[in-house]
Design a protein. Structure first.
Length: 364
């Protein structure tokens, strides 16, 4: 039995060593996949951002950026009320969460020849990987040892309950291992190469435009193609869900106003990472602004408000307080419980622009 265990250990060690050699030496030499290969939309937006020399402001975040920040509305307000001469691009991508968001922001900014003056980064908490998405390309493509370490540190230093931490740790560890042993890599890499080399499959930079696409516009396209999405219909049957998000915001902000000492208990690993990004981007004259979006679920406020408070005042914006922005939570401004419609997105973009201008004026 002992001999079997030793033999099995040696065999598994050799397999692991071979996988790591393949991952860190052979695969980079082959050059099949660029850093942005995890999603079609990421590829399209990367190409659009790099191809244009006119954008001097970038928004990075999840669908809450993609569907809700309209660069045209934002630029109009900023340029009308300041001499900043802003031309912005929306790099929001569906399901983009904290660690992947940091990965893409760093790489895109390294990739763009003409660096933007301003970068907006949506503040998101570390999330647990949905079981049905385990080991898919989108979930595992971005892992590096450094980002895995950050993810684990941020989980351990989180204010989230123990069961959430345990689930997050397990899900990220399993998927990191999948990345390191190249699970499914060659099949997915060949698929990626075939798709990107097919003329007309991906949108051109001109078609991507400024990166914004409202859920209403997408819904209209789906209806024209014969698909009847149920997302809006489900929300319209129970619009009280967005009121619950409003109440969660009011409760959270009222609590921290009454207990400001609780803001000092924050995720030090996450805050340190964001502060290091702020300083790193300054070297290239990039002003990083971390902003908290509206319509978060209840648990996110307990985690993210203290982190936001730990950042320098000139590098943070808070758009999540329903007491200040009740219009963000109206059913008439909603497409679903999480996202606003075009009317709501225009309101959000204008308010974000006004806060940005005020912040720049204070700085100067």
């Amino acid at each position: 039995m002992k001999r079997f265990v030793i033999t099995a250990f040696i065999f598994l060690s050799l397999i692991l060593a071979a996988c790591l050699f393949l991952h860190y030496y052979i695969i980079p030499k082959l050059g099949f996949t660029p850093y942005y290969w995890g999603d079609k939309l990421i590829t399209e937006k990367r190409n659009a951002a790099v191809a244009s020399s006119g954008f001097n402001t970038l928004f990075f975040g999840s669908s809450m950026v993609y569907r809700q920040i309209n660069p045209a509305a934002f630029d109009s307000v900023v340029n009308k009320n300041s001499n900043l001469d802003i031309k912005s691009f929306n790099f929001g991508v569906n399901w983009l969460a904290s660690s992947e968001l940091i990965y893409l922001t760093d790489n895109i900014l390294n990739d763009i020849p003409e660096k933007p003056r301003y970068v907006f980064l949506e503040l998101q908490r570390i999330k647990m990987v949905n079981y049905k998405n385990y080991l898919t390309t989108r979930i595992i493509y971005w892992y590096t040892p450094e980002l895995y370490k950050f993810t684990v540190d941020a989980i351990l230093h989180s204010r989230m309950p123990f069961y959430s931490k345990a689930g997050q740790f397990i899900s990220h560890t399993v998927n990191f291992i999948g990345n390191q042993i190249n699970l499914g890599y060659f099949t997915e890499a060949l698929r990626f190469l075939a798709e990107t080399h097919t003329a007309g499959l991906y949108r051109t930079p001109e078609e991507v435009g400024n990166g914004f696409l409202s859920l209403e516009a997408e819904n209209k396209k789906l209806l024209e193609s014969g698909v009847n999405p149920e997302r809006l219909n489900r929300f319209l049957k129970d619009t009280a869900t967005v009121y619950a998000r409003k109440q969660a915001s009011i409760t959270a902000f009222s609590y921290f106003e009454k207990h400001p000492e609780d803001l000092s208990v924050y995720n030090t690993a996450y805050a340190a990472k964001l502060n290091s990004m702020i300083e790193k981007y300054k070297v290239n004259n990039i002003h990083l602004i971390i902003f908290l979006p509206p319509r978060l679920d209840r648990l996110q406020y307990q985690e993210l408000l203290p982190v936001l408070n730990a950042l320098p005042d000139d590098h943070r914006l808070n758009m999540a307080d329903a007491r200040l922005y009740p219009g963000f939570y109206l059913a008439s401004h909603s497409f679903d419980v999480t996202h606003m419609n075009e009317k709501g997105a225009a309101l959000y973009s204008r308010n974000l622009a006004e806060q940005f201008v005020n912040r720049m004026i204070k700085m100067n």
